[in-house]
Design a protein around this ligand. Structure first.
Ligand SMILES: C[S@@+](CC[C@H](N)C(=O)[O-])C[C@H]1O[C@@H](n2cnc3c(N)ncnc32)[C@H](O)[C@@H]1O
Ligand SMILES: [Zn+2]
Length: 409
């Protein structure tokens, strides 16, 4: 046994199936043959999945585990799943859904790379799920458009942005379903590459201490505007920003009225870089305030989703499901999801105690004491999964400043 990034790896015969050196890894209840990471390391020894002939990133195990549980909860709610994994790589998601989710009727696992398609077939066969998984090697948009309205669970897990695939995914989703998307283009979404964000998502990002939350909200708002063209309402039921990626699961439901309701929760966040105050405005094209109460000019992010990032009932069911499985990263996953559920009842944007500490020139207080004081004053308070030093509250900015200054240290 060789341990690479926490995986038990068992070397299997080289040169199978098409000259790739493969190893076997286990995720959840599923065994997967994947390219040998030792073949694709930089001089410094880092594994670069995109160098491999077929893409497999062991660092995405947490994302896939949570997706398995989210699919399981979705299957229970929807009755049965007709799932599509259109950007499948080695087939990790499609095969795991077939192996680990009960209530699957069929899965289409697709990758345009012939070598990937071969490896998916191999993994389907090795796990004995050929009765559930159909493998294709087409362009993801073609496969989704060829299957209009057929799937009630679609998982978009591309290189970089899911934006090029959302239109086709909206066409392929059935009247009621779940659409999940991963984005690894966090630099544009967080404001390091502003023009890329404007080009890809039609929205302006902002480099604030809560830029990752803004990035998730931009991704959600973009998907909802694309879905609007199909009279499709996408409501986020689980969102998280982890390591180098963002992940959102939407409940999808057709209907012009429902889609209109969703779009009412699109707006902008205006931020003051002097005092840290934020102003949230509703509406895709609303008039935005120019100045902060402190007199400084405001900077704007959006359009973006200003509603809740999760449905806490759904997340709680996912937590129970994760806790009932023996995922290697289960403890970490439950902690992450618990924070997502807790903060979902709070308003957009969180505060960072270190930022407040530097603007208010006071040392950071203990978080539990701050929590007690904010709650005593009758306001919502939660920690946030976006930052270990962040908290979310609906208290007015003046109240936050006052409490922050007066809280005992
Ligand atoms: C990030 S990898 C997928 C990883 C996989 N979902 C997982 O969890 O292991 C993206 C995959 O999409 C495939 N791909 C990229 N563009 C595509 C397209 N337009 N149509 C179909 N497949 C595509 C690539 O060959 C690659 O295998
Ligand atoms: Zn200000």
């Amino acid at each position: 046994m060789v341990l690479v990034e926490g995986h038990d790896l068992r070397r299997i015969g080289a040169n199978y199936p098409v000259g790739m050196k493969l190893i076997t890894v286990t995720e959840g209840q599923t065994r997967l043959e994947v390219p040998n990471p030792d073949e694709f390391r930089t001089k410094a020894g880092d594994y670069v999945p995109s160098l491999a002939e077929v893409f497999y990133n062991p660092r995405m195990e947490l994302n896939r585990d949570i997706s398995v549980s989210a699919a399981h909860v979705s299957a229970k709610r929807l009755g049965s799943l007709w799932a599509c994994d259109p950007l499948s790589g080695v087939g990790a998601r499609g095969v795991r859904y077939a192996m680990e989710v009960s209530g699957i009727s069929e899965i289409l696992a697709n990758d345009r790379s012939p070598r990937a398609a071969e490896l998916i077939s191999r993994n389907v066969e090795m796990n004995g799920v050929g009765n559930l998984v159909q493998v294709q090697k087409k362009d993801a948009n073609v496969i989704l458009h060829e299957n209009k309205g057929r799937f009630n669970f679609i998982d978009l897990d591309p290189f970089g942005s899911p934006a090029p695939f959302l239109e086709a995914a909206c066409a392929a989703i059935s009247r009621k379903g779940v659409l999940a998307a991963t984005a690894t283009d966090t630099a544009p979404l967080c404001g390091s590459q502003e023009l890329s964000c404007v080009r890809r998502y039609g929205a302006r990002p902002l480099k604030t201490e809560y830029c990752r939350e803004l990035g998730v909200r931009i991704l959600i708002g973009f998907a909802q505007r694309v879905a609007g063209k199909h009279d499709l309402a996408l409501v986020p039921i689980l969102s998280h920003a982890t390591q180098h990626y963002f992940r959102v699961c939407f409940s999808a439901e057709h209907g012009a009225k429902k889609s209109d309701e969703v779009l009412r929760n699109i707006g902008h966040v205006s931020h003051c870089f002097k005092c840290g105050r934020r102003v949230v405005s509703r509406g895709v094209a609303s008039v935005l305030p120019d100045f902060c109460k402190c007199g400084n000019g405001l900077s704007h992010a959006g359009p973006l989703w200003i509603g809740s990032l999760a449905d806490s009932d759904f997340v709680k069911d996912v937590i129970v499901d994760v806790a009932n499985r023996s995922f290697r990263l289960g403890f970490h996953e439950v902690s992450l999801l618990s924070l997502c559920a807790e903060e979902s009842a709070g308003p957009p944007t969180f505060y960072n105690v270190n930022e407040l500490s530097s603007t208010l020139k006071k040392p950071p207080p203990r978080m539990d004491i701050l929590e007690e004081k904010v709650e005593e004053a009758g306001f919502f308070f939660s920690r946030t999964h976006f930052s270990g030093s962040g908290f979310r509250t609906d208290a007015p900015f003046e109240e936050i400043e006052k409490t922050f200054i007066s809280v005992p240290r």
